[in-house]
Ligand binder design. Sequence first.
Ligand SMILES: Nc1nc2c(ncn2[C@@H]2O[C@H](COP(=O)(O)OP(=O)(O)OP(=O)(O)O)[C@@H](O)[C@H]2O)c(=O)[nH]1
Ligand SMILES: [Mg+2]
Length: 187
Amino acid sequence: MKEIIFVGRSNVGKSTLVTALTGKKLPAGKRPGVTRKPRHIPYQNLQVTDMPGFGFMRGATDESQEAIKDNIVHYLEKNAKNIALAVMVVNATSFSEIVDRWNGRNEVPVEVELFEFLHELDIYVIVAANKIDKVDDIDRTLDGIAERLGMSPPWKQWIDSIVPVCAKKGNIGELKKLIQVRLGKVR
Ligand SMILES: Nc1nc2c(ncn2[C@@H]2O[C@H](COP(=O)(O)OP(=O)(O)OP(=O)(O)O)[C@@H](O)[C@H]2O)c(=O)[nH]1
Ligand SMILES: [Mg+2]
């Protein structure tokens, strides 16, 4: 069965978004590190996979955070052929700031690394800019996110690949449309 995979940093709202999409109530929470194992939910004639988040996790050692990241990479490599598309969820309110902080230390930000890795595996990626309810200037914020992922602004040039969402309020209509369009192409 083909799958749609939801990936991203911990606490960005992956599980909330999967719940909004599938109707299946999943554990979500204020603290990072709620989802610890890939969780599969039936959706149409395929399955949606809610992945653990990478990065900071409350109560987890650096080693176990690294191990979770390795597991995600391994999972993607092993299942790449079966993955119809990936939804990379980002927190629209903090994405650019985090990326700039890493770049300032001459490190490749994990989310940028993941984005490129998915492309290397030939997996189509839709970037879902979540928590958009907390953003004042949506266009400016999305321009900044697109730019940091190598998509030159304005973001509206990339409407097949980047979409604002509010998982908490269930405002995910545009994401649903993008998923449908993409699935129509791979089926
Ligand atoms: N303001 C706002 N908060 C949101 C939105 N979506 C999710 N959240 C909140 O963000 C927090 C984390 O949500 P989760 O769905 O658990 O995030 P996750 O990415 O699955 O986290 P991990 O499983 O730890 O990786 C929760 O407190 C959610 O209520 C949104 O659209 N807007
Ligand atoms: Mg989760």
